[in-house]
Design a protein around this ligand. Structure first.
Ligand SMILES: [Zn+2]
Length: 215
């Protein structure tokens, strides 16, 4: 368990070391406002830390993290749409040129798709996880329902990234900017066992490493 003092001591170290060292750049971001180039949509999983895994700095990424790195299809009503509000702000106000949807291996949200949730007291989670149902169906279709659970989960993690990209394209302002070439969408898969990221290549319909692409 974290003690409050441990966390606050961490902040003290940060303020006295990192912040002081990068003070000029950080104060530029205050003076001029933020101008991130990318919207990063990742999982809330504590092991997937965006600025750490791609070595970016404050001001580089506008980040949305949620359970499973899901994107609900566009629905213009007055409900509380946290992820949609972040997408809207990043695309229309900050005018990011890239959106990254980053899935990861051993994702608890994807694993939960294969568990019986009936007796769980979750109020919001069950509905939220339905955003992964399409990916699960496609994985079962591809591998067969008797395939090993681990194989199904791994494929579902990948299909889910593609499915969330499809959902992202239901946002009219996203679709318009993608069609005009002002905005690019990237699907990534972060491996928590190696630290490496693979990206989705829509031409080859597969996830590839940067190393493979340069060969
Ligand atoms: Zn996850």
């Amino acid at each position: 368990m974290f003690e409050k003092s441990v966390l606050l001591e961490g902040n003290e170290m940060f303020a006295n070391s990192y912040f002081k060292k990068h003070e000029v750049q950080l104060l530029e971001l205050v003076k001029n406002g933020q101008n991130p180039k990318a919207l990063f949509i990742g999982c809330s999983d504590s092991r997937v830390v965006p600025d750490l895994i791609i070595q970016t700095n404050p001001g580089d990424l506008f980040v949305i993290r949620n359970v499973g790195n899901f994107v609900a299809p566009y629905k213009p009503d007055e409900d509380y749409h946290s992820t949609a509000a972040g997408i809207e702000y990043a695309v229309t106000e900050l005018e990011v040129s890239e959106i990254i949807i980053c899935g990861h291996t051993h994702c608890g949200a994807i694993a939960a798709l294969y568990k019986d949730m009936e007796d769980k007291p979750f109020v919001h989670t069950k509905k939220w996880l339905t955003l992964g149902h399409k990916a699960k169906s496609l994985a079962i279709l591809a591998l067969g329902k008797d395939a090993q659970k681990e194989e199904l989960r791994k494929l579902t993690e990948k299909f889910s990234v593609i499915s969330q990209i499809e959902n992202l394209l239901t946002y009219p302002y996203v679709k318009k900017k993608v069609d005009s070439g002002e905005l690019h969408i990237h699907g990534w898969m972060y491996d928590i066992q190696t630290g490496a990221i693979e990206y989705y290549d829509p031409d080859k319909c597969e996830f590839r490493s940067l190393h493979e692409a340069s060969e």
